[in-house]
Design a binder for this molecule. Structure first.
Ligand SMILES: Cc1cc2nc3c(=O)[nH]c(=O)nc-3n(C[C@H](O)[C@H](O)[C@H](O)COP(=O)(O)O)c2cc1C
Ligand SMILES: C=C(O[C@@H]1CC(C(=O)O)=C[C@@H](OP(=O)(O)O)[C@H]1O)C(=O)O
Length: 409
């Protein structure tokens, strides 16, 4: 069974991505992972940090001469900025005074880095985390809550995607469909052949009008010391019928995708297919009737279900959307309390992104790759790429035969 986890802090020496259960024979290289990480760093609306910080990738285990061996894959994503943070984030105790806490020494940036953070930002994990873990410096919370951790998820997503590509024609692609009040008026789904253009696009959309509108909203937010969120859409193409299950809560593919997308920092809503719009329709207008195409093969005229019925993929493209709230480190600082004094204060702000939806789409894509890869590997089993592929080929032939008219089987 495919499983994975991450470790590491935002300003720590490195993040770690660990995956178990990949079959032997999946192509993996440092360059593949480096490329995936470089896409996550792009996009309009990001702060300065993405420009100077570098992800330094090292494959630690589970890959030899370009292919997985079936052993756990561990990847280190070291942080080029570590020397600046070595004292603040030291695992071992540091000499008294080394942190320069509140002492006013050093340049402004150094002070900000070293200061104890006691005025929690509304919307971030600071207050709930400090109280829940009984800590008193918000750095102990924000370091792990930070979306820097999504670099490790993108690495895991790249491993999952390489597995999917080596055994099937499944392809997962994302784009941005809304920023703040502005929506892309064109409802076409993103296509795998547009990947390169989407990766290059500033707003991860190929619609010029939407791109201009999105940029305008972000500029406006930035000008007024504010932040803005948005919605991303991810499509998984060519997913065979039958991944996931209706029989158990934790095996349902829609439930897994929803949880996985909701687990991305700042995602507050998830929709599968027509999701919330379905609630406004009558049943006769809500479902995807099963018809025969010109070859007599069952098909659907619509895909309002977003490719999943009964927790199981139904052969249609899987379509999911995730809604990102605006970033909570708002430059025009929000009201809060200072836990050190118990008095009213302004939330701390050093720097932040203005809008996270472009990397958000890339991260959501990685999460979908992971869930589809997990469901596929559960359904097909197999310890090598060849074995998974052979099982999938048999399975797809079997499904195709089941769907042919009785006299043609
Ligand atoms: C790609 C990305 C970048 C983010 N950048 C910031 C940021 O610069 N400042 C900030 O306060 N929050 C940022 N966030 C959001 C916080 O990480 C998130 O709000 C926080 O961890 C609390 O979790 P929650 O919003 O899911 O409840 C970012 C999220 C993502 C996905
Ligand atoms: C570092 C990344 O995102 C960070 C996520 C983040 C947060 O609070 O989530 C806050 C910002 O970091 P800082 O507070 O140091 O400016 C972002 O830059 C990244 O995505 O690689």
């Amino acid at each position: 069974m495919l499983s994975w986890s991450t470790a590491g802090e935002s300003h720590g020496c490195a993040l770690i991505a660990l995956m178990e259960g990949l079959p032997a024979g999946v192509p993996v290289s440092t360059e593949l992972l480096r490329h995936a990480l470089s896409i996550r760093r792009r996009g309009y609306g990001r702060g300065a940090r993405q420009k100077f910080e570098q992800d330094q990738v090292r494959i630690i285990s589970g890959v030899r001469h370009g292919y997985t061996t079936g052993a756990p894959v561990a990847v280190e994503i070291a942080n080029s900025e570590w020397p600046k943070w070595e004292t603040v984030m030291s695992a071992d105790p540091v000499p008294e005074g080394a942190l320069n806490v509140d002492a006013g020494k050093g340049d402004g940036r150094e002070m900000a880095r070293n200061r104890r953070l006691t005025s929690p930002r509304p919307g971030h994990a600071d207050l709930a985390g400090l109280l829940s873990y009984d800590l008193d410096d918000a750095r102990d919370i924000l370091e792990r809550a930070s979306a820097r951790e999504t670099a490790a998820r993108v690495v895991l997503g790249a491993l999952a995607r390489s597995f999917l590509q080596s055994v099937s024609s499944i392809d997962v692609i994302s784009h941005v469909v809304r920023v703040g009040e502005k929506k892309n008026q064109n409802s076409n789904l993103p296509l795998p052949q547009d990947r390169e253009a989407l990766d290059e696009a500033q707003m991860r959309t190929l619609d010029a009008e939407a791109e201009a509108a999105f940029i305008e909203v972000i500029d406006e937010a930035k000008r007024s010391g504010d932040t803005v969120g948005g919605i991303v859409e991810v499509v998984a193409w060519n997913v065979p019928i039958g991944l996931g299950t209706h029989v158990s809560e934790d095996g349902k593919l829609d439930a897994r995708l929803a949880a996985s997308l909701m687990a991305i920092q700042s995602v507050k809503g998830v929709e599968i297919g027509d999701g919330f719009t379905e609630a406004m329709r009558f049943g006769s207008e809500a479902h995807d009737e099963i018809l025969l195409d010109e070859n007599g093969t069952p098909t659907r005229a619509t895909n309002r279900a977003g490719g999943i019925e009964g927790g199981t993929s139904n052969g249609q493209p899987i379509v999911v959307r995730a809604a990102f709230k605006p970033i909570s480190t708002v430059p025009k600082a929000l009201k809060t309390i200072d836990l050190a004094t118990g008095r009213e204060a302004k939330a701390f702000h050093q720097r932040s992104d203005t809008c996270q939806v472009v990397p958000g789409a890339v991260i959501a894509e990685a999460q979908v790759c992971l869930q589809i890869a997990k469901a596929l590997s559960e359904r097909m089993g197999g310890r090598s790429v060849g074995e998974v592929k052979a099982q999938l080929d048999w399975y797809e032939d079997h499904i195709a035969a089941r769907l042919r008219p009785v006299d043609e089987r």
